[in-house]
Design a protein around this ligand. Sequence first.
Ligand SMILES: N[C@@H](CCC(=O)N[C@@H](CS)C(=O)NCC(=O)O)C(=O)O
Length: 221
Amino acid sequence: MTMKLYGFWRSLATYRIRTALALKGVKAEEVSINLLQGKQYADEYTVVNPQSVVPALVIDDGPPLFQSMAILEYLEETHPQPALLPKDARGRARVRGLAQIAVADGHPIITPRVRNYLETELHLDEAARNRWCAHWMLKALEAIEGHLAKERETGRFCHGDSPTIADICLASQVIGATNYFNCDTTDMPTVMRIFGECMKIDAFDRSQPLKQPDAPKNPAH
Ligand SMILES: N[C@@H](CCC(=O)N[C@@H](CS)C(=O)NCC(=O)O)C(=O)O
């Protein structure tokens, strides 16, 4: 079986898949689609993903899988060990809910296509665009903190003592907030404690955007 992950070093959604693959010990060749150069709109890529976003995962000659949550669920079903979802339905609902705060509510409104629209159609300058992004990234993290701080299922990780899909999505959100938008995360101690636990795991750490071979050496990208 061959796997090809279409992604980009900077992409938070790609980070989620890279991390899940690493946790599960699944090898995939990564094909870089340079979002900063608009390569997501090139014909060669729109045949892979008509939405012009990464990630997409192609397995053998099969049709590309798309949307990071759907790909995470696919990997969980096809490579069940180590499990990234709890055994009980209620637990799975909680993990998916936490993940979706980042994936469905926080991340989509800071993506390049949204930032480009704010710039070219609404004429917001860079400072205003960054304010927008920082605001919405933090809102999602605050919502996650609200759950994690008070719910007894929270353990070393978001749900118990081993990492789940919720931790992968939390980590992607924290990386975006801190690496890209300089967010102040002091009001979310549980989120940051769990992020610290994630980063002790090699699969989370080495999948980070700034640790990818094509990432710029100067972090002020
Ligand atoms: N909901 C999608 C989001 C995909 C997405 O927006 N990816 C970003 C990179 S993290 C992208 O390719 N953006 C291209 C653009 O906005 O032009 C997922 O989770 O896979």
